[in-house]
Design a protein around this ligand. Structure first.
Ligand SMILES: C[S@@+](CC[C@H](N)C(=O)[O-])C[C@H]1O[C@@H](n2cnc3c(N)ncnc32)[C@H](O)[C@@H]1O
Length: 677
């Protein structure tokens, strides 16, 4: 350590004054070893802890679209990706996450995570504040944790692409180098269109970091064909062969002929096609002009991300399909698993489907999940979403971390048992102690999943006497902790645990009552955004919860304000209250503070029962409108489904008849007071 006299004095002053020592001192006090460098920041956890501390959450199937055909189902998962990836990792270890060629693990990962914290968007007002840097470190660690799990999920010959922009790309590059050591690296500058306020240099590109395992495959983009300049100038000789004429490439002054194909019977178009096909160089090693190459690979029209009208689904930060087409074609084959752990509008899923890959998408936003569901059910065959309709291969929608207890109750015993063991992180391993059957282990202690469905246990309750009976049979041979899992109503006592001699019997209730003593971290909710800016926020949910339908009262009506051309329908929200176990402090705004957004499907199909998202209204806008959700009356056909989402991911759904908005009656709608059905 080489402190200057001034530094020494400053340090002594800080210590004596009892002031905080800022992290900048770390490098001075503990200089890194000379041969290594790494990104050091507050809160960087050891890799091993990240993997072992992450809770694997069971996947609860919600619905399967399409017929169950093969042994693989594409997966769309609602949940925090960190916890879900831990579950997928267990599937990989169990051989249940395989590419079509049998290789375990994911062949290609593309992620486009939120680029930055809200602070980064706030401009100069407090850019230098330490608080911001701290938020930055939280963001980096948020992503690093996920990158560690992603690396574990990757097949031995896999490739990962990480999409970033200037705000955090440089930090994340250093982290990626730490994590993907030994991989081949390429940096892709994606020209995404000019963006900016006009007050400073615009943003013109985003960065995609690509790390390919040395065993991995890479399919270079095929050659692009002749430029228009060349095809326009093609000539035919007397024998019917097409050729170009150009100066010697050595710079000499002779004009030379270059024949493009040796079949004189072909038309010009056929000859061009043949010539392109038979010369398998990569796109960047060919003779076409740089300008053509740039047009093919850069999506550079001015404006946000340059996706076309056909593919636009109205989700902020949506990326264009041709970008994902290049990535998926370059680093995977048909039947390979493509994973996007931040899919947003589902561009990766849509393109993976078109290119016949297997896919998994995990998003913690309900808006994203409904957007992807709709997108997958309305796919067109061509990239850019044009051409004939494409029916997707079957895919299943899962909940992970927020469960529907009513569906759980209906599970057959074996499925219930499996879910219960997974929920509480137990190893499935049946064993007997003192004649009593146990189902597995949780951190070394025996676990019993109470057979509440068995006829002999029907309506049975777990009382203190039941526990005592178990204790008398197993005695101290069972160790000092035992876990009993059962539906909450089965337990006849309120305590989290009961002690007999030196053995503690824990009651693990479903739906869950959080026993803080058992968890290293507080549970937090799958937070949903209440304004459009927040759609791109990082979300970190820990643990799990059960769906609790919010209380909803509303009234419907129609109105046409002065000077307005069209008549609007509206839903005025009068009461909206949520009751989630895991919650964070929030600002109170009457009874409506837990509303996140209202999503509308104007022509709900009651037979198919698929919510087909048409419009989203964020709580921040609804509040500005006096808690009214307003929409063009003419958009409704017979029935409208409205989904009221709370900030914890719970939904209150209502099906509203078009007649309530005066449709089909010829009259104006009567104002009605309603409660959730
Ligand atoms: C930039 S958007 C992705 C856009 C996407 N590439 C597209 O083409 O539409 C990032 C997404 O990450 C999701 N997200 C943020 N934190 C997450 C988490 N912890 N787990 C899963 N998804 C998360 C957000 O809900 C958002 O949909």
């Amino acid at each position: 350590m080489s402190l200057s006299p001034e530094q020494r004095q400053e340090l002594i002053r800080l210590l004596e004054a009892g002031e905080d020592i800022s992290p900048e001192w770390a490098r001075v006090l503990f200089p890194p070893e000379k041969r290594e460098y790494e990104l050091v920041y507050h809160g960087k956890d050891p890799e091993g802890d990240i993997i072992s501390d992450t809770l694997a959450v069971p996947l609860q199937p919600v619905r399967t679209f399409g017929r169950n055909g093969e042994n693989w189902h594409n997966m769309l998962i609602f949940g925090d990706n960190l916890q879900v990836m831990k579950t997928l990792l267990e599937m990989k270890k169990a051989g249940r996450l395989c590419n079509a060629d049998g290789t375990p693990g994911v062949r290609l990962i593309y992620i486009d995570p939120p680029f930055a914290t809200k602070q980064d968007f706030r401009g100069t007002e407090d850019q230098k504040a330490y608080q911001d840097k701290l938020k930055g470190a939280v963001f980096i660690e948020f992503l690093r944790k996920r990158l560690i799990l992603l690396r574990e999920l990757l097949a031995d010959d896999g490739t990962i692409y990480v999409h970033m922009d200037f705000r955090k790309a440089h930090y994340i590059k250093v982290i990626l180098d730490e994590l993907f050591w030994g991989f081949e690296f390429a940096e892709v500058m994606w020209l995404c269109g000019l963006m900016g306020s006009g007050k400073f240099f615009p943003k013109a590109h985003e960065t995609i970091f690509c790390y390919k395992s040395t065993k991995g495959n890479f399919n270079p983009p095929p050659r692009l064909g002749y430029s228009e300049r060349i095809t326009g100038a093609l000539q035919k000789d007397k024998d019917g062969w097409f050729y170009t004429r150009g100066r010697e490439s050595s710079g000499g002054s002779n004009y030379l002929k270059t024949y493009i194909c040796n079949n004189p019977r072909l038309s010009k178009e056929e000859a061009i096609r043949e010539a392109t096909k038979n010369r398998p160089q990569t796109a960047w090693s060919v003779w076409i002009g740089k300008e053509d190459l740039a047009h093919k690979f850069n999506d550079y029209p001015v404006g946000t991300y340059a996706y076309t009208e056909h593919e636009k689904v109205g989700y902020p930060t949506q990326k264009p399909e041709p970008l994902l087409e290049r990535i998926i074609n370059a680093s995977s084959e048909k039947g390979d698993i493509v994973l996007d752990a931040f899919p947003g509008s589902g561009t990766t899923m849509a393109v993976a489907e078109k290119l016949r890959r297997r896919w998994i998408g995990i998003d913690c936003g309900k808006l994203a999940i409904y957007t992807i569901q709709k997108r997958m059910l309305n796919l067109r065959r061509e990239i850019g979403n044009k051409g004939p309709k494409l029916d997707p291969k079957p895919f299943s929608l899962y909940n992970a971390g927020l469960y529907d207890f009513s569906k759980l109750k209906e599970l057959p015993w074996q499925d219930w048992r499996f879910f219960a063991l997974q929920l509480f992180q137990c190893r499935d391993e049946q064993h007997k102690i003192g004649g009593i059957e146990f189902d597995g282990y949780r951190k070394g202690a025996s676990v019993m999943v109470f057979k509440h469905m068995e006829a002999k246990h029907k309506d049975a309750r777990i009382t203190e006497d039941t526990i005592q009976e178990i204790h008398e049979a197993v005695g101290s041979r069972v160790g000092n902790r035992v876990f009993i899992i059962a539906p909450a109503l089965t337990f006849d006592f309120q305590q989290d645990y009961i002690d007999f001699d030196k053995v503690r019997y824990y009651a693990l209730r479903i739906p869950y009552s959080i026993i803080h003593e058992l968890h290293r971290r507080e549970f937090t909710a799958l937070k949903q955004p209440s304004d459009e800016m927040a759609v791109n926020d990082t979300v970190e949910a820990v643990g799990f919860d059960f769906i609790r339908t919010p209380e909803l009262k509303y009234r419907t009506g129609t109105e046409k304000a002065k000077g307005e051309l069209f008549e609007y329908g509206f839903i005025k929200i009068e009461t909206f209250k949520s009751d989630a176990v895991v919650r964070e402090p929030f600002k109170k705004k009457g009874n409506l503070e837990t509303l996140s957004m209202v999503m509308l499907d104007f022509d709900y199909d009651e037979r198919a029962k698929v919510f087909d998202l048409d419009e989203v209204h964020y709580a921040s806008d609804i509040e500005k409108d006096g808690w009214k959700v307003r929409f063009l009356k003419d958009r409704i056909s017979k029935k409208m489904m409205a989904v009221f989402l709370d900030i914890y991911g719970n939904e209150a759904r209502v099906l509203i008849d078009a007649a309530e908005f005066g449709k089909g009656t010829g009259k104006d709608a009567p104002k009605k007071n309603r409660k959730k059905k």
